[in-house]
Ligand binder design. Structure first.
Ligand SMILES: *[C@@H]1O[C@H](CO)[C@@H](O)[C@H](O)[C@H]1NC(C)=O
Ligand SMILES: *[C@@H]1O[C@H](CO)[C@@H](O)[C@H](O)[C@H]1NC(C)=O
Length: 504
């Protein structure tokens, strides 16, 4: 008997070692399957996840980045930055599109700079000439939007010299000396404009909330939010519910604490320190994820963009590397640090710039730790294999892919079964095609139980969640749910756990 077991054991060990050799270089001793949740909307605000955060902002339909159009009531023509900018502003268009659309930069609750489509700003060249060729706006490019009490979209635009803009004739936007605030709101008054706020363009992110509340109110609002949104109890809850890690989105300004450039608010670094303390106490790992890089790497609200433009590029690489260096140095010794993510969801970024950054960011992490993993986000607008070859050059590198059955038309008509099949076949085969013995590890760093199926039952959701957990557990580094808390229930893993939609 003993002999028989002995041989079986020997065989078993032999196969185990074969198996181990094949996968050794891939897993590089990685034996922890990350089951994480994203602490979204905590240190980087996303208004859609908790709209009430923005309720106290005055004129909160006029936030940074909101697109507005102005039609002269007298002429029934739209203001237009001729050629999209670089020259004069006229009032001779009957329809509004790109050249007739202005992105707000909020100076305070009533005053704004107006950015045109070539990214320049509107200014007064002299008393009688409005131009759109200013590169960086100052006092002279700051306009007050005066709203009518009865109709907030009936406005007058006060220039820095205290007078109102008038559309006298199509070609001439005059800053008339004769117009005062007491003048009429009649359609015939050349200073009256109808303002169209393109509500679908309203951004609600960290830039908008901090600049929206302004320097007097934002610090308290933000600190109250940080202190209450996620607490030690949440780490306890997560660990008791089978999660072993958190992915924490942070913004570049956290490294400038306690006095980040305006409008950002100081004090969030201490909160991130707390997260590490709690993670350690409850035996959890932390992925620090640079979600918002300087100048925005994707123009999306979650990158803390001011006005929707992606402006990250080569000239921001050194600042971004400094951010990573700071975070790696601060947390390198924490037993909870499992990985640093160099950037979240780059979109529209030059691939060469991104690789130069990833190389330098990797080295910045390695200056402080040889054990932490370095996560590189696959660019959203590229094939999911685009970094695989590049990533082979590094040790302990993970590629991050995000899987949502949302946002693309192809999902809008899928039923329950088609969605689940998509996970079990398409996602599974993509994951296995990304996985190779000498390549990087893979994490599905964001996924959700939300989908485009209308009136799905609880059981449908449960099946969809389970299919995703099954498949994403094959990702060699693991997965992270988006998000822990959210006003929309199916995006909230806490709600889903509390209501038995999913179990780990
Ligand atoms: C807003 O800014 C403008 C221009 O700097 C200033 O004149 C005005 O007093 C400010 N308004 C408020 C409410 O702070
Ligand atoms: C609007 O005015 C500008 C400046 O005079 C002129 O170049 C342009 O052709 C006009 N466009 C229309 C549609 O009238």
């Amino acid at each position: 008997m003993w002999n028989k077991f002995f041989y079986v054991n020997i065989l078993f060990i032999f196969f185990l070692s074969l198996f181990h050799n094949v996968y050794a270089s891939q897993t590089k001793n990685f034996n922890l399957q990350i089951k994480a949740v994203n602490l979204g909307n905590w240190l980087v605000t996303e208004g859609w996840m908790q709209p009430s955060l923005f309720d106290g902002i005055k004129n909160n339909d006029l936030l940074d980045g909101t697109h507005v159009q102005f039609m002269s009531m007298k002429l029934q023509k739209y203001l237009c930055a001729e050629n999209g900018g670089g020259t004069i502003v006229v009032a001779n268009r009957t329809k509004a599109s790109g050249w007739e659309t202005f992105r707000l930069w909020r100076v305070n609750e009533t005053s704004f700079n107006l950015r045109v489509s070539n990214k320049q700003f509107i200014g007064l060249e002299d008393e009688n000439k409005l131009v759109a060729d200013i590169n960086s706006p100052g006092d002279k490019e700051t306009f007050e939007i005066v709203r009518n009490n009865d109709d907030p979209n009936r406005v007058k635009i006060r220039t820095p010299n205290g007078l109102f803009l008038q559309a006298i004739s199509s070609e001439s936007i005059v800053n008339a000396e004769t117009v005062y605030e007491e003048s009429s709101w009649e359609d015939s008054d050349p200073s009256v404009f109808k303002m169209t706020v393109l509500t679908s363009t309203i951004l609600k992110g960290e830039y908008q909330i901090t600049n929206g509340y302004g320097p007097d109110k934002a610090p308290k609002i933000m600190r109250d939010h940080w202190n209450t949104y996620i607490t030690e109890d949440d780490f306890k809850f997560m660990s008791e519910n089978g999660l072993n890690a958190v992915r924490i989105p942070v913004g570049w300004w956290i490294t400038k604490d306690p006095t980040p450039p305006k409008p950002f608010v100081g004090g969030s670094l201490k909160i991130l320190d707390n997260a590490f303390t709690w993670a350690q106490k409850y035996g959890m790992k932390v992925i620090v994820d640079l979600h918002a890089a300087p100048a925005s790497q994707n123009g999306r609200v979650h990158s803390a963009t001011r006005d929707g433009y992606r402006e990250w590029g080569d000239s921001y690489i050194s600042d971004t590397v400094a951010t990573i260096d700071f975070l790696a140095e601060r947390y390198a010794e924490s037993p909870s640090l499992i990985a640093i993510q160099l950037m979240n969801e780059p979109y529209g970024v030059d691939l060469g710039s991104l690789k130069r950054y990833y190389q330098a960011g990797y080295e910045a992490v390695r200056k402080h730790t040889s054990s932490a993993y370095v996560i590189m986000s696959n660019p959203l607008d590229r094939d999911s294999k685009v970094l695989l070859q590049f990533a082979r050059a590094f040790d302990r590198v993970v590629i991050d892919v995000h899987y949502y059955n949302l946002f693309w038309d192809k999902f809008s008509n899928m039923n329950v079964k088609q969605n689940i099949d998509y996970i079990r076949y398409n996602r599974a085969s993509e994951l296995s095609s990304l996985t190779s013995s000498n390549g990087p590890l893979i994490i599905v760093g964001e996924w959700s139980g939300e989908w485009m199926v209308k009136s799905a039952s609880k059981e449908d959701y449960q099946k969809f969640m389970k299919a995703q957990v099954d498949v994403y557990s094959r990702a060699t580094f693991g997965w992270a749910y988006w998000a822990y808390k959210c006003d929309s229930n199916y995006w909230s893993l806490k709600w889903l756990l509390d209501n038995n939609y999913v179990k780990f």
